[in-house]
Ligand binder design. Structure first.
Ligand code: SF4
Length: 221
């Protein structure tokens, strides 16, 4: 029988092992090693170091998982998601929401490698290739709530095809584990929007989306 590529393992592999009491940190480290070995798409060529995958930031016990698109150049260099200007904006949002980075939130990306110069939007093929690694992370962390920051994460996790203007702040589900997913704009969208009126509208949307995230966390705690 042909050996299954390591990043194509079933989500149930992690599920069963979490339920059988294996250390979540050990399981996360296995996922990281599988990502380092992964050549399922060409993004591995953009890693600044051979082991330069960007896996996560935060504790495995976090009740909230925030999933972004893919690491940028700064994140690739540091090996930590949500660094640079977008990371600072997310930190502001978390603080405003009353959540503590490093304690309450597990941050990760849909893709584990930098897509390349200019940060092009990952292709559907790249998202599909990397998705098993994200599914394994979700199965290990088992967050109460997922916040999908941006369209790529939202569509990958929920398979919905709504534009963010219609989806943000609503509750969808990661159906495999029945985890509620609230989509919102990526913090970098706030930074990129130069029109002051549009930026103001987007800020209000993001604020109300994060209030909803906080409410849902409180309801499910
Ligand atoms: S982005 Fe994901 S699928 Fe592509 S090479 Fe990196 S780890 Fe593998």
């Amino acid at each position: 029988m042909r050996k299954q590529p390591s990043n194509q393992r079933s989500i149930f592999d992690a599920d069963v092992r979490v339920e059988s009491g294996e250390s979540p940190d050990v399981l996360l480290d296995e996922i990281r090693k599988d990502a380092i070995a992964c050549r399922a798409c060409t993004c591995y060529k953009h890693r600044s170091r051979p082991d330069g995958v960007v896996m996560s930031d935060g504790l495995v016990t976090a009740k909230l998982m925030v999933i972004s698109e893919a690491p940028g150049r700064t994140e690739d260099a540091k090996g930590i998601p949500f660094t640079g200007a977008a990371g600072m904006k997310l930190n502001e949002i978390l603080e405003w929401t009353g959540l503590v980075r490093g304690r309450d939130v597990f941050l990760c990306n849909t893709l584990k490698c930098w897509v390349g110069p200019g940060n092009p939007t990952p292709s559907a093929r790249e998202v599909k290739a990397c998705f098993p690694l994200l599914e394994r992370q979700i199965a290990v962390v088992r967050p109460k709530v997922i916040c999908a920051a941006g369209n790529i994460a939202f569509k990958a996790i929920t398979t919905e095809d709504l534009p963010m203007r219609d989806a943000h702040g609503k509750v969808f589900y990661y159906k495999k584990l029945n985890i509620p997913v609230i989509p919102t704009y990526h913090p970098s969208a706030l930074l990129r929007t130069t029109d002051p009126a549009m930026r103001d509208i987007m800020r209000k949307h993001v604020a109300s989306d994060w209030v909803r995230v906080r409410e849902l966390l409180n309801e499910l705690a």
